[in-house]
Design a protein around this ligand. Structure first.
Ligand code: SF4
Length: 541
């Protein structure tokens, strides 16, 4: 008869003779990570079912029949359990597993795109370091197999952990991948006539612990040890999936999903993943006056002069501002705040209705902009008709557009002078009276509010390689001559001290206090996420 075991809320376990209180319901890999102990693993992934095939997480468990080997991924902690995870036996088991996994591996690290972030390299140095005993030729398998639009497969490098197969079965439900054949002939393949083509396909590259699945977009572009990483968010839609942004010298090379249980868990969509390319395409890199280049300072002065003259000639109601859900919370706030402060005008509308695309029930949202909820938080109208009727008012003699452009908008602005602040060289940027280049999300510290009312921040990865500056800074320059004592806004924290006093939902926050996982603005107390330990981050990545 099986003895019924009680499940303790906070079980006490022993790891290497030290007692720890850990959370119930975790497996040993998670529980150990929560107390800062790393247990190596390949096939286990916290977002997928347990498969237990790689055996890399073998540890010893003490029990009534003595000490026995067990896999940590499929051992769920309970009160009184005792484990040995770092003794000679465990080290020998890990070394044996490494030797087995590498038996037929081509060891082609110098030409492998995964080099520098490969689980095989890392664990070989930590637990392998054996002398090769094999005397038979390696089994060769197919290389650089085109499995889908975004992914290449090198079958020889695969350790058959099945993470990619489980991802397609359990997360996307598209079932494109399968392990075929037996023994040393086993390999990953797509089902006959199928290719790995679903909106989330490139996640298999992130979760493949070795260099078997690589991204066609990133392959051979950059050795990973040249890259620096900053924590950011994807601005490709209103979901705001958390990302790592990998960059070198003013160039972003890729986004990778960053774990956030409240937003995207471990995943991101392919469309968002590739949206980093927009950071470098058609960038507006110079300031202009009627299409002619001039210095940024002179362009700001020309814009300020235009606002002043319009005010003098036609009064405060002659200026209208168009905010944008592609711009940050700080940029939109400053536009609205200074329209009121300097001109006494509340004529701030927004333009976000032409960025509509495909959505699904997982992560992708139809609103392809990151900050519509931010506009709503600032009480800026997101109503298309409200903007169109405001623009139709013949009293409007000047429009300030914050990164807002479309055919319809240009049609309405045909005979109206425009000051345009934007990231890209759009048609409106080229035809505006004054054009000011602004920073994109990789180049500034700023916040965005996602569709689930979560305030999330991006950290500046690098300085802009052009004249671009944060829009809130340029906007304060445009309105400065109209203020009796123009305040100096130098740092994003200056904007935040102002926002604290004007936006109730942000009153108790400072920019640098916003957690990297963001904070919900829905007034229900959400338990504060603890900063994950290094070992926990390793499990989640
Ligand atoms: Fe695992 Fe990568 Fe092989 Fe898929 S391709 S089974 S993720 S090693």
């Amino acid at each position: 008869k099986l003895k019924k075991r009680s499940i303790s809320a906070m079980p006490t376990i022993k790891i290497d003779d030290v007692e720890y209180d850990v959370e119930a319901g975790q497996n040993l890999i998670q529980a150990a990570a929560s107390v800062g102990i790393t247990i190596p693993h390949y096939c286990y992934h916290p977002g997928l079912s347990v498969s237990g095939n790689c055996r890399m997480c073998l540890v010893e468990q003490k029990g009534p029949r003595g000490t026995m080997a067990t896999i940590a991924c499929n051992t769920f902690v309970n009160d009184g359990m005792e484990f040995l995870v770092d003794n000679d036996n465990v080290k020998k088991m890990r070394q044996g597993v490494m030797e087995f996994l590498l038996l037929n591996h081509p060891i082609d690290c110098p030409i492998c795109d995964q080099a520098g972030e490969c689980g095989l390299q890392d664990y070989y140095m930590d637990y392998g370091l054996y002398t090769n005993r094999s005397t038979v030729p390696k089994v060769h398998k197919a290389k650089a197999v085109d499995v889908g639009p975004l992914v290449k497969l090198d079958q020889e490098r695969c350790i058959l952990c099945s993470r990619c197969v489980r991802f397609c079965d359990e997360i996307t439900g598209t079932n494109e991948l399968v392990i075929t054949q037996r023994g040393e002939k086993s390999r990953i393949e797509t089902f006959p006539g199928r290719e790995l083509d679903n909106p989330y396909s490139a996640n298999v590259v992130d979760i493949c612990p070795v260099g078997a699945l690589t991204s066609k977009d990133f392959r051979f572009k950059k050795r990973v040890w040249f890259l620096s990483t900053t924590q950011s968010i994807c601005t490709g839609c209103a979901k705001g999936c958390n990302t790592y942004l990998d960059f070198e010298q003013g160039t972003t090379y890729r986004y990778r999903p960053r774990f956030n249980a409240e937003v995207n868990e471990w995943w991101m969509c392919d469309e968002g993943r590739l949206s980093y390319k927009a950071l470098h395409q058609d960038r507006l890199d110079i300031a202009m006056q009627k299409g002619a280049e001039l210095s940024l300072a002179k362009a700001v002065a020309a814009g300020a002069d235009l606002i002043q003259r319009t005010m003098q000639d036609h009064g405060k109601n002659a200026v209208l501002a168009v905010a944008s859900s592609t711009a940050s919370l700080e940029d939109n706030f400053m536009l609205k705040h200074l329209m009121l402060q300097a001109l006494g005008s509340e004529a701030v509308y927004s333009h976000n209705y032409d960025h509509i695309g495909e959505a699904d029930a997982f992560l992708r949202m139809a609103d392809k902009t990151p900050n519509t909820a931010g506009l709503q938080l600032l009480n800026i109208s997101t109503d298309k008709e409200a903007l169109e009727s405001a623009l139709a008012n013949p009293e409007i003699k000047l429009v300030i557009s914050l990164d807002a452009d479309s055919d319809a908008l240009r049609q309405q602005l045909k005979n109206t002078p425009v000051i345009y602040l934007g990231v890209h060289q759009t048609a409106l940027a080229l035809s505006a009276d004054v054009t000011l280049p602004i920073t994109a999300h990789a180049e500034h510290d700023a916040c965005y509010v996602n569709a689930e009312q979560r305030l999330q921040k991006v950290n500046q990865a690098y300085f802009p390689t052009t004249e671009a500056r944060p829009a809130w800074k340029l906007i304060s320059g445009l309105f400065a001559p109209l203020l009796t004592a123009p305040p100096l806004y130098d740092d994003v924290e200056d904007v935040w001290s102002l926002m604290n006093t004007k936006v109730d939902a942000l009153s108790a926050l400072t920019f640098y206090e916003i957690p990297e996982g963001g904070r919900s603005l829905i007034p229900v107390s959400e338990p504060e996420a603890e900063t994950p330990s290094e070992a926990e981050e390793a499990v989640n990545s």
